[in-house]
Design a binder for this molecule. Sequence first.
Ligand code: NAD
Ligand code: UFG
Length: 337
Amino acid sequence: MKILVTGGAGYIGSHTTLALLEAGLDVVVLDNLCNSSPVSLSRVEELAARALTFVEGDINDRALLDRVFADHSIDAVMHFAGLKAVGESVAEPLLYYRNNVAGTLTLCEAMAVANVFKLVFSSSATVYGEPGEMPLHEQLPTGSATNPYGQSKVMVERCLSDLGAADPRWSIALLRYFNPIGAHSSGLIGENPNGLPNNLLPYISQVAAGKLAELAVYGNDYQTVDGTGVRDYIHVVDLADGHLKALHAIEAATGVAVWNLGTGVGYSVLQIIEAFEKASGCKIPYRLAARRPGDTAECWADSGKANRELGWQATRGLADMMTDTWRWTRQNPTGYP
Ligand code: NAD
Ligand code: UFG
């Protein structure tokens, strides 16, 4: 079986590509490298002791997509390619809608012409907005995302749901990730943010590595265990495993299925700082700051549906997530060379 992985050089895509290769599948990665390095792919090949095919290019390039499908006998697509910086999406909404929404439509059009109808899509818990109940389950309404990045995920989910309803040849998995963190246990692949990190763990890692002076904790007046924001952090290798299970499930199915991929457990920012300090032995200096606009107080998953229907469950705990993040940072203090 051959899988086209868009965005496969990125953080989640590289870990999933490794899992696919390890499971004996063949992989073609299509990535424009706008937020990644090709070194991630050499390291994936090294870890898997297998080769993959890399095509440098954009999902908005229809002619290129047609060539990729003509040159390779693709059975299914895992679609990670997209932009993901919430703040940037507020400043440049058209860039986000072009890349994330229009890019996905172009990909689906090329897939249909090539007779490829199996698709696993990277969605996000952000589609739930702030529904006022926890944990978040797949039946909750979506659509209240507060920024263009989140809206792009809502829109793509809608497009893909309509597509699945219109044409029974499609079999589509919408995977709603919670907060992916951690790295492969080898320390060879991990998250490699460009510039100042937006997300908590990359920021903490850079403070620990001495590249940033201190962490700003955004808000300590939420109705949570200690006033700081609570999230469902999931190990990226567990997430990659969820993709394999979803791929397996859609092989024999038709239509559109939605699965949350989270652990079901929420941790506060202060709990994360404490766990990271324990795993790394580094003190993380922090200051309490104002709430970050658009943040919600808490967010964690009901992943029972993925457990029942895919036989999937996250197995790595918070200590593993912290240890693996720190190993990756220590071994690659400036990211990929
Ligand atoms: P990432 O930036 O590390 O990976 C995305 C990859 O896509 C990068 O390698 C980038 O170069 C590539 N890319 C972007 N636009 C492209 C285009 N037009 N054509 C070809 N390649 C393109 O991000 P990630 O954290 O690995 O996220 C992967 C997917 O998961 C994204 O769709 C993201 O929105 C989604 N997601 C991520 C998170 C998270 O917290 N990391 C949470 C929920 C959902
Ligand atoms: N936080 C800080 N300081 C920082 C960064 C983050 O205190 O420097 C706090 C945030 O306020 C929040 C928590 O740490 O309470 C997690 O923040 P992240 O930025 O790491 O993650 P978010 O939950 O805001 O968003 C992430 C992805 C989104 C995705 C969402 C899915 O960035 O793309 O998870 O739940 F949609």
